[in-house]
Design a protein around this ligand. Sequence first.
Ligand code: NAD
Length: 512
Amino acid sequence: MSPTADRPSVDQTRPEPTFDLHPDPTFEPAPGQLFIGGTRRESGTGLRHDVVDPSTGRTVTTIAAANTDDVDAAVAAARTAFDTGTWATRPGRERSRILLDIARLIRERGAELAALESLDVGKPLLLARTIDVTATAEHFEYAAALAQGLDGTVCSTPLPVHAFTRREPLGVIAAITPFNFPLLLSATKIAPALAAGNAIVHKPAGDTSLSALLMAEILQEAGVPDGVLNVVTGSGAQLGDHLVSHPGVDKISFTGSAQVGAHIAHVAGAHLRPVTAELGGNCAHIVFADADLERAVQDITMGFLLNTGQFCMAGARLLVERAVHDEILQALERTVPTVPVGDPRDPATVVGPLAGADRRERVDRLVQETVRSGARVVTGAERLDLNGGFFYRPTVLAEVDCHAPAVREEVFGPVLTVQPFDGEEEAVARANGTAFGLAAGVQTSDLSRAHRLTSRLRAGTVWVNCWGLLDPAVPFGGVKHSGWGREGGTEVLDSCTTTKSVIMSLPGEAGR
Ligand code: NAD
């Protein structure tokens, strides 16, 4: 996410969109097909499944449901593309030019991509355009720079040799992505993988695959050779093991839940196949009494409501120093119910529906279990009946026990738990007190304290006096059950390249 993007915020609930938002209520996407070897095709079984608009519960189109034969075909196409070197052996500068073209086409077709993303996930159109589309283009732009800098190093050794390293592509990468930011999270994998010269089989989430297919078309238009990117749509449970254990796959790059990540790691491990895992979180947002409280309330609110709380780095666990606990709670009680919830096509909407009926069921179950465990409902904690969509009222729960389900587990909905703390020790202990370690945040005006806490928080990313800002140039990933490996920054190259050492004997040198 670009820190400069024209993004929605709670204090700017009616932003003037600077783009054509494509808010056509009759927009219905074409049925989705698989994309294999540069060609659209039906699945081997001819099976399709429904694509439902989460804001109305209405089926808007259908998409091909791949089977294992389709996975074989996609891996074979990627394998051929990689092994024949149609992409991998091109100069980095040429790959870079194509990556920049992809970014340009993504911006040009931004309205279409945002409309698909909004319809598929139920996310506000303005959010889809300002964050998802913009950040997707930025990932390709950043990858274009990476493609030109795939340098090795010269190794200093007393041996009579010339020793150096080469950074080489891994081969065929299986990219498996989740439902919540389909386009953007595809880009975080596909863009650097392409920069390094790999071929890819992409399996997007079964219920939000439409933008992945349009992205494949865009890559083809920009000049990525056929077979370098292949997309198989369908059920992860049915296709996953086959793809992960496929002998033609060299690496798995997975973003999704800790539960599925553990399963994939287990299956891949049996085949000695490397896995990068970007997994879930339940991130602690810590507010000290010396913070700018007005600003903190803004960050807290967007930190748990962005994308209807369906984002891995949602600041869903608020920890507030006791001296200002009641004041913050009162501010949230006033602010949160005023955040506009509704039709994703309305530019005023900040919170859309959850992405599916089952996802809303799960959020409600975790909220009700947390309330039964003793939490007090400050606001929300109920479904919202609106146009047949899967809406849930933004929810704040206070007096929450640290063993409550909404604290221990990832809720993945518009839900905030609030707990008081006394002093830094307790703040750190509570923040680190779950199995997750994706991100954390600290609000304080004391810079020394900010430094002390950033070093003690067990999280892949720590925000200080802000929340959720990301950029392709900044590495992102988790520790503990939130995963391993990094996307973004130059570190991402570690997940899509391998280092080859070359040791050349020098003719005539002593010791030969
Ligand atoms: P999920 O784990 O249910 O599914 C993710 C992907 O895995 C989907 O494409 C799915 O079809 C596929 N899949 C399911 N079973 C599989 C199997 N057995 N083998 C192979 N693939 C399989 O996650 P979700 O519900 O789509 O997304 C939400 C989760 O993703 C949350 O936990 C969230 O925190 C996490 N997430 C993490 C990050 C990050 O960068 N760390 C970013 C976004 C989302």
